[in-house]
Every structure is written in C-alpha cells, then in structure tokens.
Design a binder for this molecule. Structure first.
Ligand code: GLU
Length: 449
C-alpha cells in the first residue's frame, strides 16, 4: 500500500474511533502529514505499528475533585492526568486549570508534549493534566482547597520516577505550592515530584522565565538564518501570562520593540513599545494583582486598550502567539502577512490553525511550531529535576546557558531533519520528524509494551 493511502486510512480510523476529539485529531494529522518520507524510508515503523501505538496514551486517569468555596457551598470539578508516553523517561508535563479543559484537550496537549520533550534532548516522557476549574475570581483559600482535593487523588499516580507535573495555563507557583504541600503531607516524602516550585524550596532559578525567554532565543535563531537580528524589529504577542510577559521581557532585551499584547478582556496597542517601567507594571499587574490589561492605558496614556480585540491586526515584523490552541486563524494569518510580518514563533501549543500555517508556509515566511519554540519551559523543568537529584542549585547564569544551548540544539535539529527529509527550512516538519524518530526508536528498543 502506498504511504498516502496508509496515512489517510490511519487518520480516518482514528477519527472514527473518537469522533468528538477534534483538537487531538488536528494535532495527530499535523504530525502525520510531515512523517511520510520517514515512514517510506523506515518501513519497520509500519511493520511494528508505531503510528498506531504512538497515538494511544499509555494511561488516562480521570477523577472527581470536590471542594467547598468560602461560603461553604460545594462544587465538583473533573480532574485528569494523561500519561501519554514513557519511552524516553518518566511522564512530564504541566497541569492546566481552566474552564475549557476536557479529556480531549489534555490528550492533545500530552501528545504534543511527548514530541516537545523528545526535542529537548533530556530524558523526559510526555504527559499533561488538569481540571475544568477556573482560578480566576477565586480566593487563595478556595484555590488551596481545590488543589488539595485535586492531589488527594492524583498523588497515587505521580512521583519523581513516574510522573512529574508542572504548571500551565491557570497553574503557577501558587498552585504548585499547594499541590506540592499536599503531596508531601500524603506521601511523607520531600522529592522533586513537581517542577515549577519556588526557588526557596527546590525550584530552579529562571523556571518562570524559561518558556518566554526560550521563545525569544528561538526567534533570534530563526532570524539569524536570514542573516537578520531582533534589533529594531516590531513584535506582538497574544496572551499576557507567564509565557507572554517573559517573552516581552527577553524580546525587548534583545532589541525588539513589543507593540501589542492581550488578555481575556482585550488587547493593548502601544506604538512606543514596552520599556523597563512598563514591564515592571505588567509584572505586578499580572503576577501580583492578577488584574486586567484595562489598567495599562490608564497609567500609560499613549497606549490604546481595544476591548475584546485580538492583537493580530497590529503591524509587526514578528508575531508570537502565547495564549492557547487555535487562537490564530487563516484571516489573522492573512492580516499578518498583508502587514509585512516575516516571522511567526509560537509560544503556546498549536495556536495556529492548519489553514493559518498553510498561509505562512505558502508565503515563505519563517514559521516555527510551539513544540520547538516553546520547549524552553519544560527544558528548564528537566534542569530543575537534575538540580533536585543532585541536591544543589545552579546560578541564574548557569541555567540560562543550558537554556540557550537547548534552544540552539532544538533549532539545529529542526533544520537538519527538515533538510534530510527533503523539506528544507520547514521547522514544522523538522520538529515533528526529530521528535518522532527518537520516541519511535526507543519504543522499538523496548518491545511491545
Ligand atoms: N506546561 C509547559 C509546557 O507546555 C511546561 C511543562 C513542564 O514544565 O513540565 O511545556
């Protein structure tokens, strides 16, 4: 059977099996579309049914999370952990707390995480977890009760050599602290079973900054292939969370001017760019006061707040989507291209729709998928695990050096695998192929488990 028929039949069978899991199928289709030359060259993957095995999570845990709010009213949320693939190491990936969380969305994120973690060069399997619990609008005490209840079940399934959760959307140092505290209480064991811990009790310096900084380093590498730099370029991002704010910080430090960003309420257009004072304000607004961007232009009067509007119509050289999946569609892509954008560097997981990616690739501009350019966060999580095992702390400079080295290595892998398999300059193909081959070969070595 020829490879096109094989992959088409494979995708159709997957969709028939779980017709409702749209984002998962989208992620699988994207990966499979770039693997055809690999499958042709290495028929052992077909014989050993690697595709069929690699899209099936090793385990999914689904559980009830009851908790009481400050008034004593009882709520019931759903908790999940998708332990996707452990061929390269213990399951590793974040926890997402957001009303949009479903088993499907976590299955897609855990699938992506498997390839992302493979690209980091570190011994990490792939997983993801979370709950349809929204931390927005909840008191600290409510968040704590929820996190404790979440861990009352999850602690059975995680551990330093088994599965190491971290943060993600809606889950930062506060939530990791509450979950770690309850995990330690129940197991009577102080280990590095979580990453994203605060540095005074086992966390790595630069972990909060790592994803955003990594995005900026990756964009710098992409531009270097065109003998260009970030100096003087205008940039926009989307979500102003942990990834977005730190991407703004590093892009600015490397010479770019960040003129647009957004949150749940709307977007900011700031033609002058973000300077040190504005960045300090943003960090306090987002990380300390958990406030809205509506406040930004009350303080910085020349900036414009655009209620309910995305950032993608703001003219820029570089765009870094840093919010959530499918946040940038074909229309947004065409607007970006019309306005002269030359580089898309994804900071979130699968933020561009397939049609948007096609538009970027047809236009021949630089485009990198999140599994490559946002891998800095999980990479520094891997470094946090190493520091915990060694019972030492590395300095900021040491961690930053490793982070840069890992982002450079991912960038090189993307380009060399894309070229080797006849898709020169295609970061998406390179990332998928490099990530896939390492996991697939480990699966072959470990037999039918
Ligand atoms: N949630 C982050 C990601 O999507 C980090 C995961 C981790 O550090 O384990 O890669």
């Amino acid at each position: 059977m020829d490879i096109n028929t094989y992959t088409a039949d494979f995708l159709a069978a997957q969709q028939k099996r779980d017709p409702a899991q749209k984002v998962f199928h989208q992620a699988v289709a994207e990966v499979v579309s770039t693997l055809k030359p690999v499958l042709e060259q290495k028929p052992i993957y077909l014989k050993e049914k690697i595709l069929e095995r690699i899209v099936e999570p090793e385990r999914i845990i689904s559980f009830r999370v009851p908790w009481a709010d400050d008034k004593g009213e009882i709520h019931v949320n759903r908790g999940f952990r998708v332990q996707f693939n452990s061929a390269l190491g213990p399951y590793k990936g974040g926890i997402r707390f957001h009303s949009s969380v479903t088993q499907d969305s976590l299955k897609f994120l855990a699938f992506e995480q498997t390839f992302k973690n493979s690209l980091t060069t570190l011994p990490l399997g792939g997983g993801k977890g979370g709950s349809d619990f929204d931390t927005r609008g909840k008191s600290d005490a409510e968040v704590m009760r929820f996190c404790h209840s979440f861990i009352n079940e999850l602690y059975h399934h995680i551990g330093y050599h088994t599965d190491i959760p971290a943060g993600d959307l809606g889950c930062g140092a506060r939530e990791i602290g509450y979950m770690f505290g309850q995990y330690k209480k129940l197991t009577n064991d102080f280990t590095g079973a979580f990453t994203g811990k605060k540095p005074n009790w086992g966390g790595s310096l630069l972990r909060p900054q790592a994803t955003g900084y990594g995005v900026a380093y990756f964009a710098q590498n992409m531009l270097a292939t065109k003998k260009d730099t970030l100096q003087g370029k205008t940039a926009i991002i989307s979500g102003t969370g942990n990834v977005g704010v730190h991407a703004i910080e590093k892009l600015t430090e490397l010479g770019a001017k960040v003129v647009g960003f957004m949150d749940y309420d709307g977007s900011i257009y700031d033609a002058d760019g973000v300077d040190a004072e504005k960045l300090a304000f943003l960090k306090d607004l987002v990380f300390v006061r958990r406030g809205s961007l509506k406040e930004y232009n009350k303080k910085f009067k020349k900036a414009v707040f655009r209620p309910g509007q995305k950032t993608w119509d703001i003219p820029c050289d570089i765009a870094c989507p840093t919010a959530c999946e499918n946040e940038l569609d074909e229309h947004d892509a065409k607007t970006l291209l019309k306005n002269g954008c030359k580089c898309i560097c994804e900071g979130s997981n699968m933020p561009c729709t397939p049609q948007a990616i096609e538009a970027f690739q047809n236009a021949g501009i630089l485009y990198s998928p999140g599994k490559a350019s946002n891998a800095g966060g999980v990479a520094v999580s891997g470094l946090e695990m190493t520091q915990n095992s060694m019972r030492i702390y590395w300095t900021r400079e040491e961690v930053d050096q490793y982070l840069r080295r890992i982002m450079n290595s991912i960038h090189t892998s993307c380009l060399s695998y894309a070229e080797e398999y006849g898709m020169k300059g295609n970061y998406m193909a390179g990332a998928n192929i490099a990530g896939f081959i390492k996991v697939a070969d480990a699966m072959l070595d470990q037999g039918l488990v």
